[in-house]
Design a protein around this ligand. Structure first.
Ligand SMILES: [Zn+2]
Ligand SMILES: [Zn+2]
Length: 679
């Protein structure tokens, strides 16, 4: 099939405005509330109000002005005495942070992007800077989490997961390291969720407790998806989610005024975030694209973005996922047309593998199924529950009688059914994989059936997708790989859209986010093309603490921990690096267990030690090797005269010596597990 990449003609005309070099975002800070959902008509209505003293408003409620701020100030939030405790606890690290300045040692992009012109050595006493920290999402696709911090106030944007890489056996997914926030959780005024994709909301059930269960601000659909998923975690704290929509303004803490604005993506209810701070305005684009013909949605309002630009943008945190692709974003309408081509050619039952949060794609599949007289079956737990929510909230529209359940599949002719299943990526347990593997209770693939799945693969999943493909072809099916089934495909701004958003917002500093390094650098170059000086482009790493003043930025010498936190079936985080390394060793070189029965009084080894090994060498052919190991173990234990026996010491000795010996003989390093049983 062909991918038409042209936008429709009726896209709003775009008029470029000159970049203004003199932006004074600090003078634009407005500490008072504006009526919700309406913007002032021009720059004239803005007035400058010095940041403090502003009564602390609640962080609950989207209309802080409706509450009595004073009452709220006295009321303990979570556990009482928040202020004094947090001040005492954090005074020390803050002092440290503010006195150390650090230029990034950047040979980034021809030595220039990311290097501020000069070092500023002032304001060591009080930290008046705005800090932005990515705890995930820079240099990677996934586990997005961004922190905005000013004095005592922290606002967090997104809490996503990332799929594991090939070298992480047994890991389900990775979540951001939130140590930095856990140490400051009393200051978190809110968690904003931009949209319902798992790389933006998936970590909520794992992190809320650790972050002190901050109030969540998000749009309706995202709220539904998050709440539904949360029911699978009965021990996680109850979520307090405030429903916000485009145009809403929320005051978070003393220093952050947040305005939400509508963006297009491949899921409805995508919200960009404008944060007005005493230092300047920061815009987080969320995942976005500009789409003149979105599905169940309206196009992005360019006037709103242009007004934000007029107001002055200090820093633009911009989605870079598709920065390496030329042209305009692919419209959801075009994707619909492409899918229709497949529907026309399809024979037999159609099986479509997708992600459960690909709401737009699912809507298109439903519409096309209706058009071509097919009933629709949803298969996969997460998919079904997302569909229920989206239907309930009106984000998925479907005729009565279109949806049937899996056990009704045989009541209809094969060519009159579409099965939408989870598993675009060949995931082991996903529904599509079970169908293909003939492990599904109700469905059997037949020759002539049609399968659609994504061919653009999340890095690390290449092999499982290849396996899936091969199995499909073996079965004699009609296979379409259409990469727009993928969560990251077709939903992100391409180069022309990125140029447009930069022209509309005219940021002083540009910080690419949501991307691999190459994508972030490419967006940086696009920014330069659009007149942002090289030294104002910030290509950072996860964990780097970036300070902003109205006209400068730099990276702190301290960093926030940003190493991987892994989640598997057993739990979260307790799979540290040690466990992961163990699994890697087991996967590569196997395991070697030595069991010795020892008389604790004499220190004599009873019988010859038992040896069990898995995935190391075939034991029968290594009799000589095993005999030597047994002798070695006996010698180590019996030569130790300490009484009572120091079992731990002996085990360490055995592990080291036997490990060395096995490496000498076999050049492999199996995991050696000595077991000493006192009899
Ligand atoms: Zn997304
Ligand atoms: Zn994303």
């Amino acid at each position: 099939m062909t991918e038409k990449e042209e936008l429709k003609k009726d896209q709003p005309a775009f008029v470029a405005e000159p970049l203004t070099s003199q932006q004074q975002p600090h003078a634009q800070f407005v500490a008072t509330q504006r009526p919700r959902g309406r913007r002032p008509s021009g720059p004239g209505v803005r007035r400058y109000v010095p940041p403090p003293p502003v009564p602390r408003t609640q962080s609950g409620g989207t209309r802080p002005d409706s509450a009595n701020p004073q009452a709220k100030q006295d009321a303990p939030r979570s556990g009482g005495q928040r202020k004094s405790r947090s001040r005492a606890r954090f005074s020390e690290p803050r002092a440290k942070i503010s006195t150390q300045r650090y230029l990034p040692p950047t040979p980034i992009h021809e030595g220039k992007i990311g290097t501020p012109k000069e070092l500023v050595t002032q304001f060591a006493q009080e930290d008046n800077t705005l800090k932005i920290i990515a705890l995930g999402g820079l240099g990677e696709i996934g586990k997005n989490m961004y922190v905005l911090e000013y004095k005592d106030d922290i606002v967090v944007i997104d809490a996503g997961i990332m799929f594991p890489e090939d070298n992480m056996p047994g890991i389900d997914f990775v979540i951001p390291n939130t140590k930095y926030l856990e140490d400051r959780k009393d200051r978190i005024r809110g968690l904003i969720l931009t949209h319902g994709h798992q790389d933006h909301v998936g970590a909520v059930p794992y992190l809320q407790q650790r972050l002190g269960n901050p109030d969540i601000y998000t749009a309706q659909l995202t709220r539904g998806i998050v709440l539904k998923r949360h029911t699978e975690f009965p021990n996680a704290p109850k979520l307090n989610i405030h429903n916000v929509k485009s145009g809403d303004v929320v005051k978070l803490g003393d220093y952050f005024e947040i305005e939400f604005f509508h963006m297009n993506h491949n899921i409805p209810d995508d919200l960009g975030v404008l944060a007005r701070t005493p230092v300047g305005n920061v815009i987080h684009t969320a995942d976005f694209k500009f789409d003149a013909n979105p599905v169940n949605d309206v196009p992005v309002n360019f006037d709103v973005l242009r007004k934000f630009g007029d107001e002055g943008v200090l820093a633009l945190l911009c989605d870079s996922t598709d920065a390496e692709t030329v042209g305009h974003s692919i419209s959801e309408a075009t994707i619909y047309e492409n899918l229709e081509v497949i529907f026309k050619e399809a024979t037999g039952t159609m099986f479509v593998g997708t992600f459960s949060s690909m709401i737009n794609r699912i809507q298109q599949l439903i519409q096309l199924s209706e058009k071509y007289g097919r009933k629709v079956i949803f298969d996969g737990y997460s998919l079904k529950s997302n569909i229920e929510i989206a239907k309930e909230l009106g984000y998925i529209k479907m005729h009565k009688g279109t949806q049937i359940s899996m056990d009704q599949i045989d009541n209809y002719p094969r060519e009159k059914v579409t099965v939408i299943a989870t598993g675009a990526q060949g995931e082991e347990n996903a529904s599509l994989m079970r169908i293909v593997n003939r492990e599904h209770r109700h469905v059997v693939l037949k020759k002539g059936d049609t399968v659609i799945f994504s061919s653009s693969v999340v890095p690390g999943n290449e092999r499982s997708v290849q396996r899936l493909k091969d199995m499909l072809y073996r079965t004699g099916l009609k296979v379409f790989h259409y990469k727009m089934m993928d969560i990251h495909a077709g939903g992100h701004a391409r180069q022309e859209d990125l140029k447009e958003i930069i022209e509309l917002l005219r940021p002083k500093f540009l910080m690419p986010i949501h991307g691999q390094y190459s994508m972030m650098i490419t967006l940086g170059k696009i920014g330069q093309e659009k007149g942002i000086p090289e030294e104002n482009v910030i290509v950072a790493d996860n964990g780097q603490i970036i300070h902003f003043t109205p006209d400068q930025w730099w990276i702190d010498k301290q960093t926030a921990p940003s190493n991987f936190v892994m989640v598997d079936g057993l739990g979260i985080g307790d799979i540290g690096n040690v466990v992961l390394r163990d699994r890697q060793v087991l996967a590569e070189d196997g395991m070697f267990v030595i069991i010795a029965l020892v008389d604790p009084r004499t220190g004599q080894v009873n019988r010859s030690p038992d040896i069990i090994s898995r995935g190391f060498v075939y034991l029968k052919e290594q009799k000589e090797l095993l005999a030597q190991v047994r002798k070695q173990v006996r010698r180590i234990i019996e030569s130790d005269k300490a009484r009572p026996m120091n079992v731990q010491y002996l085990k360490d000795q055995i592990r080291d010596e036997v490990g060395r010996f096995l490496f000498q003989k076999t050049e492999r390093r199996p995991m050696v597990l000595p077991v000493i049983i006192e009899t």
